[in-house]
Write a protein that binds this ligand. Structure first.
Ligand SMILES: *Cc1c(COP(=O)(O)O)cnc(C)c1O
Length: 375
């Protein structure tokens, strides 16, 4: 069969998702015996013990299909954020929500706008629909909101704003978002991707910055979708659960095209239990801030200029082919993320780990970079 004739050109042209290397793969390739993953912004402390207990309890019922409307979790999220349940949609990770928004609003001839060096699901969610993907240059490793505005035209339907941004860790404040939304045309849906909000809130408060009041836009019925996830601060990346809040009518159509039963009962149980353990998230967020300070200081001592982070990872240009650096780090037992797929071939992103992991990372990086200098 010649699939060239059958598969649309825009599907054939799709690039893959550049995921962090799984621990087992890295162990096999390096021949080592121990491996730490600091490549995918996962929570190094794992989920709340309450979430683990809830998943165990839910496991006995996996012969039953889950609740398609994810009612219990959705109701709790609605109450938590002060919006009606119709303005909440739970998905299999917020990645699924991004794909749904693309399918609901885009088609060939239309376009979506974001920044370069942002989340790699944005081009996928756009191009999978045959729409054009526009990524404007950054300013100081951060979103340039004026440039994003300038790239919007009559055919723009979506704008993706990652705040904080992955992989650079930068943030734009509540006032900047307000000014942006005042100037965005009515036919454009703005996605405020707040996957790292728990970390950002903490850093911003310390620095006297107002992070975000995105729920006000949702409550006011603005053409905005706020995305949140249980994958990062809540430590549930593997069970796949995220959600979005936005206009009821738009969410209704996203729900229509959502793969039925894509949020499992175990995922729902884990998320509900996780919401009840704010203390766990608080401890993780505090550890993250201490780890960020340690890593930034260590990297600066090594002569690098890491970007100040508002999330649970650090972006740093190491001045040489970062894929090679990542391979040498794996030989030392640490997986990091080289950022060539983001168009930054000499930059890496490292997830902030436990205090021990951060120490091991710094020691390993010193070793592999010194070796390189000698060579
Ligand atoms: C990790 C991340 C997400 C969340 O992905 P899930 O599908 O919920 O695991 C969303 N947006 C950004 C920018 C991220 O970095």
């Amino acid at each position: 069969m010649n699939y060239d004739q059958l598969i649309p050109a825009w599907i054939r042209a799709l690039g893959g998702y550049a995921a962090g290397k799984p621990i087992k793969t890295a162990l096999r390739e390096s021949g080592g015996t121990a491996m730490i993953k600091m490549a995918s912004n996962e929570n190094p402390f794992g989920p709340s013990p309450r979430a683990l207990t809830a998943m165990q309890a839910a496991a006995a019922d996996v012969y039953l299909y889950p609740d398609m409307e994810v009612t219990e979790l959705r109701t709790r999220l609605a109450a938590l954020h002060g919006v009606p349940p119709q303005q909440v949609l739970v998905t299999s990770g917020s990645t699924q929500f991004l794909m749904l928004l693309g399918r609901a609003l885009l088609q060939p001839g239309l376009n979506a706008v974001t920044s370069e060096r942002s989340f790699i699901v944005y081009p996928l969610a756009t191009r999978a629909t045959g729409a054009e993907f526009r990524a404007v240059p950054m300013k100081n490793d951060a979103f340039d909101l004026d440039a994003v505005l300038a790239a919007i035209d009559d055919n723009t339907r979506l704008v993706f704003l990652a705040n904080p941004n992955n992989p650079t860790g930068t943030l734009f404040d509540a006032e900047a978002t307000d000014r942006f939304l005042e100037r965005v045309p009515a036919h454009v849906t703005v996605i405020l991707d707040e996957a790292y909000c728990d970390f950002a809130e903490f850093f911003a408060a310390r620095k006297g910055i107002r992070y975000s009041h995105s729920m006000d836009y949702v409550r006011a019925g603005r053409n905005v979708v706020v995305l949140r996830t249980f994958s990062k601060a809540q430590g549930l990346a593997g069970i796949r659960v995220g959600y979005g809040l936005g206009p009821e009518e738009l969410l209704h159509f996203c729900n229509r095209i959502k793969t039925p039963f894509s949020v499992s009962a175990m995922a729902e149980a884990a998320a509900v239990a996780s919401l009840e353990d704010g203390e766990h998230v608080r401890r993780c967020v505090e550890n993250n801030a201490a780890g960020a300070a340690f890593l930034l200081k260590s990297l600066r001592e090594m002569g690098y200029q890491p970007v100040e982070t508002f999330a649970n990872f650090i972006y740093v240009d190491v001045g040489e082919d970062s894929a090679a650096v990542a391979r040498r780090m794996e030989a030392e037992g640490i997986i990091i993320r080289p950022l060539k797929p983001w168009g930054a071939p000499s930059a890496i992103r490292v997830t902030i780990g436990t205090p021990e992991q951060n120490e091991l990372f710094v020691r390993a990086l010193r070793k592999v970079m010194e070796k390189a200098a000698v060579r």
